[in-house]
Design a protein around this ligand. Structure first.
Ligand SMILES: [Zn+2]
Length: 177
């Protein structure tokens, strides 16, 4: 989407919400501790260290999550089947963030994509290769993982996603390094 169309698509807000009433309000956000279990991630992280992808499949509804979820969002049971995933993915949706460079004051436009790994039912928020022009990005754009130079067994092993032309070239499961 060009800057112009983006600006245009926002115009309805000014028109339709020009007379919106304002009400005083405040939010009190308490502090809290968020506990989460990562033990179910271990087989997934071990595979990442080998440069391989696995998803966790629910044996009841067959949904595959990547990264693995502790509980199936559909059936609320623990998924227990590990399945191999391809390195390829597609953009499910994306947005642009505007970051101000404190030193120069320049606004940096950076795309953030929500992608779906092939063979999996969930999406993950990730970065695209720096050379991708966000104006060229589209929903359904085929991608492939760009691995970090040193694999450590963490999600950062997936450095970002490169654009690929023809997905059929990359359909083979990743070969063991
Ligand atoms: Zn399920």
């Amino acid at each position: 989407m060009s800057k112009m169309t983006r600006r245009k698509s926002m115009e309805y807000i000014k028109k339709e919400y020009a007379r919106t009433r304002t009400m005083p309000a405040s939010w009190y956000l308490n502090s809290y501790k968020y506990k989460y279990n990562v033990t179910h991630m271990k087989p997934f992280l071990d595979k990442l260290k080998e440069g391989k992808l696995v998803g966790l499949q629910c044996s009841n509804c067959n949904r595959v999550s990547f990264p693995p979820k502790l509980v199936c969002g559909n059936c609320l049971i623990k998924p227990d089947r590990w399945v191999d995933l391809r390195e390829t993915a597609t953009i499910a949706t994306y947005t642009i963030t505007y970051l101000k460079d404190e030193a120069t004051g320049k606004i940096i436009e950076k795309p953030i994509a929500c992608i779906r790994q092939d063979g999996c039912d969930t999406t993950i928020i990730t970065e695209l290769a720096p050379e991708i022009n966000y104006e060229d990005a589209y929903v359904g754009m085929p991608l492939k993982i760009h691995w970090a130079d040193n694999l450590e067994g963490s999600l950062s092993d997936i450095k970002y996603y490169d654009v690929i032309d023809d997905k059929s070239k990359d359909m083979a499961l990743r070969e063991k390094k």
